[in-house]
Every structure is written in C-alpha cells, then in structure tokens.
Design a protein around this ligand. Structure first.
Ligand SMILES: *Cc1c(COP(=O)(O)O)cnc(C)c1O
Length: 223
C-alpha cells in the first residue's frame, strides 16, 4: 500500500493543471492530515462541524478548510471563524446564516451551491429548478460577506459509468446556464466541484475543476 504522501503525489501530478484537489480528511487523524500537508497539500475537506473545528485548532493556520457535509444552520457559527469555503449550501436560509456569521467574524466565506442530480433520495442539495428559483429571487445579491463561487454535486453511487457521466454532464450544462444568466461578469464564479475517489476520472471528462478525494488518499476511515 502507498503512503499518504505517495497518494498525494500521484494524484496531484495526474490532475490537469486547472483542476484543484480537496483532500477529504473526515474521519482521519490530525497526523494523517499532517502527512498530506508535508507532501504539499493545503486544501482539506471536512463533513462534521465538531470534528472540523477541533482539527482547525490543532493544525497549521495556512490550511484551507472546505466544509463539504450537510450543515445545519445552528452549526454555522462554529465553522464561520475559520472555514474558507462551504461547498454544501442548499438553501436560502443556510446562506443567510452563513452571511450573518461571516459578518460577525468580519470575514468573507466562499460557497458553492450543492445540486441534487443523483437518483438517490438520501442525497442533499437543490434540484435544478430549486437552484434556478433561489438565484432568480436575488436575495443572495444583498449578502455582503458571502460569495457564490460555483456548483458542487455528488453522482449516484453506482457501477454504471454511463449513469455517472450523465449526471456530471447535467451539472456541467447547468453550470453554463447559471454562469451565463447570473455570473457572466464574475470571474470568481468558476468552480465545478464533482468527482470523488471512485468517479473522479469520469468527472474530469465532464469538466470538473475541483475533485474531492478521501479514500484514495487516506485509505478507509480510521475513526
Ligand atoms: C466523503 C466525501 C467525499 C470523498 O469521498 P471518497 O469516496 O472517500 O473519495 C467527497 N465529497 C463528499 C461530499 C463527501 O462527503
């Protein structure tokens, strides 16, 4: 088995230049994160507010933390002081809370809107119509301390590669629609966050420019 450093090296050198890597460190120890950090990795993804907050205290301050899990609005205040990006935003209510807590911390927090395209009922995220509705209502334009930087989604958990590809392409087309309609003049709206350990090769063919990889770097969860 490769070490964490080797995995980071192999993955980062295989990614196209315009694609960034979020190393998903949920359920992995601070020591594992340090191993990846020493291999040059700076962006880490966490899914649980308490675990993420604990790690952010312990670990180097130049780590860029992405929150990628379902976030309840009453937990936003815990992550707002340090989180750089919240990738899993799926309601106006959550956006309002993020903006408010960012304001309190005198920070700006970047967000991605999470889409629900997969067939599983269990997945979170906005349907394409809900996302259109949220953007057309325009409340987000008043949020001074939050910036929408793109879209995030998870494909269905299946071995059917055609199905996965279909879902990623749907997200890519939707990205173009939203970019053209609302963010044509906004260079910060550029992120297409799709692809995990099992499907990021497919995601790269479907215009992903941010992959979120956990198991292929850190192995199976260790706590
Ligand atoms: C856990 C998780 C990942 C990483 O999954 P792996 O299969 O371990 O690469 C990516 N995105 C989200 C939203 C996750 O919760």
């Amino acid at each position: 088995m490769n070490t964490i450093q080797e995995n980071i090296y192999n993955i980062t050198t295989s990614l196209p230049e315009d694609v960034s890597l979020v190393a998903v460190s949920k359920y992995h120890s601070p020591e594992d994160i340090i191993a990846a950090y020493e291999a040059g990795q700076r962006v880490f993804g966490e899914s649980h507010a308490q675990e993420a907050t604990k790690k952010s205290f312990l670990l180097p301050k130049d780590i860029i933390w992405h929150f990628i899990g379902h976030l309840q609005s009453n937990k936003v205040k815990f992550v707002a002081p340090y989180v750089d990006m919240i990738e899993s935003v799926d309601s106006l209510h959550l956006m309002e809370e993020i903006n408010e807590q960012a304001l309190r911390c005198q920070r700006n927090i970047d967000i991605l809107l999470e889409l629900h395209i997969a067939e599983e009922e269990t997945k979170y995220g906005l349907t394409l119509d809900e996302c259109r509705q949220l953007l057309s209502e325009g409340e987000w334009r008043k949020m001074t301390n939050l910036h929408i930087c793109g879209l995030m989604m998870m494909a269905s958990q299946t071995d059917d590669e055609e199905q996965i590809e279909k879902e990623f392409l749907m997200a890519a087309d939707f990205f173009d629609e939203v970019k053209k309609t609302y963010f044509a003049d906004d260079d910060k709206f550029r992120l297409r966050s799709w692809g995990m350990s099992n499907d990021y090769q497919i995601a790269l063919r479907c215009r992903s420019n941010m992959v979120r990889i956990g198991t292929a770097i850190f192995g199976e969860k260790d706590y």
